[in-house]
Design a protein around this ligand. Structure first.
Ligand code: AMP
Ligand code: ZN
Length: 113
């Protein structure tokens, strides 16, 4: 599978990994949009949110709880942070292996562009 994030998950391509376990990997975004910008991905290759199935329910919950855990560790849980899945190009998805953006460390405006 010629996928950048699969290669990051398998350590074939180096990245700044901040958390990993059997199911998910979290690493710093190479082009951060805020003081804290982490991507949380499943080890399993899933292209977009549209490809999620019933069998992925536990993994998606695990990704969200990983975001919560990292936000607490970074001390942004109380001040606020944002989690985003972009789905397909119209929403800005550029890497087709699902990833949750965890963004924080500054005040964030709404709505997004
Ligand atoms: P998206 O636009 O939602 O698909 O997000 C893709 C994200 O991956 C962007 O925020 C990029 O900065 C980030 N990115 C691309 N290549 C790398 C890399 N090698 N290591 C870490 N983050 C990356
Ligand atoms: Zn992949």
């Amino acid at each position: 599978m010629n996928c950048l994030f699969c290669k990051i998950a398998s350590h074939e391509i180096p990245s700044q990994i901040v958390y990993e376990d059997d199911d998910v990997v979290a690493f710093n975004d190479i082009n951060p949009v805020a003081p804290h910008h982490i991507l949380i991905i499943p080890r399993e290759h899933i292209s977009t949110l549209n490809d999620l199935k019933e069998e992925h329910k536990a993994m998606t919950g695990h990704i969200l709880l990983t975001a919560q855990k990292l936000a607490k560790e970074l001390d942004i849980a109380e001040t606020g942070y944002r989690v985003v899945f972009n789905c397909n190009r119209g929403a800005g998805q550029a890497v087709f292996h699902i990833h949750l953006h965890l963004i924080g460390g500054r005040s964030l405006t709404w709505p997004p562009g």
